[in-house]
Design a protein around this ligand. Sequence first.
Ligand code: 0WD
Ligand code: CA
Length: 415
Amino acid sequence: MERRRDRPRHSGSQSGASSHSKADRDRSEGRYAHKRVRSAEDPPGSLPQSLSTRRQLYERDFPVYKQPVEVGVFSLDSKRNFFNDSRKLRYYVDPGKSPNFSLRDGYRDRYVKRDDGVKEKLDHILRWILENRERLQSVHSAPDCALGVDFITWRGHLTKLLTTPYETQEGWLLAVSRFRGTLYISEVETEAARVSRENRTGRHEEMMYWGYKFEQYLCADDVSSVPDGGGVVNTNEAFCTVVQTRLSDHKLLFSGEVDCRDKDPKAPPAPACYVELKTSAEICTPKQRSNFHRYKLLKWWAQSFLPGVPRIVAGFRDQDGVVVSLETFHISKISQLIKNEHNCWRPTVCMNFCSDFLSFVKSVVKDDDPRLVYLFAWEPHRDVSYSVHRDSEYNFLPDWYVKEMTNHHAPKKRH
Ligand code: 0WD
Ligand code: CA
């Protein structure tokens, strides 16, 4: 039997290149290219001005997505200080019996909330890069690409790209600058997102705490300790993985926050030992189950598939924030799980859209200048468009990074 080509798989380094033939690519390009991107007045050879997000345009074979490789980690402490190590990595502890966690516990008196009005942009990733450059510099790097990768961003930004063809509520703004051959992508908060952030209800604020409280019930600070449900929840603290991978012909380096790892020392190496934790309202009706599959599982799948995190432990909670059941979702099984859902999302559409968006960005952002920002904008039911800004409020590559990369870290000559 022929292997199905639309399966959402990470490609190994061996099989990756062969799973997508040139004939396949040519066929899909020929069929769709003229519809996906639009040029102003369509003069021949002109720059594409916009990119369509219509799902039908991305229903092709699953693109090559190489197994993500962890190239580093970092931690952020309770004051949001950066450490180039895994000190904030926690260990998953199975609660065994049916849980009865109260997620409301500690909201008033044991909660330190990160100030989400402070925009850190790519700063922590850039700090990691400066401290770990030697790990990136590959012998194969092109001389005009100092770091040997095409894109640097947060995993969360890529998650937004993957879900775009199915998103009907929230648009996005992504700022892009090219610097020494690499494209940096950093999100800009939309006006609508700022307004809803500044006008959250008390109930919404509390529910945002529930996810972090759930983590506290299941995570221990050390490999041989147990979770402490009586401690303080501080959302400044984070452990992040930095992974490298390739989507089609785009070499990616991104970082994502990881909740915890399997504490078995025999567990596979990162990222395969990582566990993502989630909470969701308990499912009581077929309609609720269908919505869970259609909307929530899409976001969960996209977020964990990207860095190669293999499983999610979900806590289903009632209206009062009490976790009534736990369920493990294996990322590799999610696409099967949703197959019975009529008109449901498809991983191949998510990945092909992301790949085409990155191609679009490459074709648009040609000037190599950290003070030049191309702002890509998208609203539901619209195409992706962009505008160009020099020395504006959208600049996001800090002087300390540009200076350090330009002066002290010129690519070393190899003998
Ligand atoms: O300032 C900003 N606009 C952003 C900051 C945008 C995106 C990320 N970040 C920071 C976060 O503060 C965090 O340190 O980057 C790190 C996480 O990056 P990511 O992994 O790329 O983000 P994402 O996949 O969206 O979120 C992963 C987890 C979330 O878990 P759940 O299970 O809820 O998806 O990171 C946390 C959250 O626990 N997280 C945040 N925590 C505090 N403030 C934020 C945030 N703005 N965003 C995500
Ligand atoms: Ca989580």
